[in-house]
Design a protein around this ligand. Structure first.
Ligand SMILES: [Zn+2]
Length: 207
């Protein structure tokens, strides 16, 4: 499992760390030859465009490799400096600490697969390449999705959760494409038994 990433500030994938590149260097499972016989890109009600199954796609199918220009986080930050941080249509995928794939260049249609909180696909890293695998058999017409797990960064705008709100519609929707789902509360240690009452405690706002 790896993470998609935002345009800016992604010095290192935050949150759940991108899976460390596995040691293996040979033999990655190849994606299907012609994904467009299985799926179609069209406008999505959820978010921008989406990818929809044309037929039943069995669990275990490797649909695509997530391809694009491979670059450093630093280079990505330079490229997107001044980009609208409110634009949540990111086509960046953080492979690990060193590499980001920018699918706006040389990308394929895998970049249109939407985020979902109870997904039928997942992103897998093998040999520092990213693949989209089906983890639950997909019915014709269903949209493909995987959990972006976009990392949180220190310099996120305060309303980052609004920008990256999720509307996947799943009963398990956690409401955000970000991971962790909630902002970690900075250094707050709850006194164990300190009664909740009174205390005027409440949540801390992040600076
Ligand atoms: Zn959701």
């Amino acid at each position: 499992m790896a993470t998609r990433t935002k345009h800016k500030g992604a010095n290192a994938p935050a949150g759940r760390k991108a899976a460390p590149a596995k040691k293996q260097t040979a033999k990655v499972k190849a994606p299907v030859k012609d994904a467009l016989k299985l799926v179609k890109v069209r406008n999505s009600k959820v978010h921008g465009r989406g990818v929809f199954a044309l037929k039943r796609i069995p669990k275990g199918t490797r649909i695509w490799e997530y391809v694009g220009e491979r670059m450093s986080h630093k280079r990505v930050n330079e490229r997107y400096e001044g980009a609208d941080e409110r634009d949540n249509h990111t086509f960046l995928f953080a492979v690990d600490r060193n590499v980001v794939i920018d699918a706006t260049r040389d990308g394929n249609d895998s970049r249109f697969i939407n985020h979902g909180c109870d997904p039928n696909c997942e992103s897998t890293i093998e040999d520092r390449r990213v693949f989209i695998d089906v983890i639950r058999t997909i019915k014709p017409g269903e949209d493909l999705n995987y959990d972006y797990q976009i990392g949180r960064d220190r310099n996120d705008p305060p309303d980052v959760d609004v920008i990256y709100a999720c509307r996947c519609g799943s009963p398990k929707c956690r409401g955000t494409m970000l991971w962790p789902a909630k902002r970690p509360e900075p250094r707050q240690r709850r006194a164990k038994t300190a009664a909740r009452k009174g205390a005027g405690s409440g949540k801390r706002k992040r600076a």
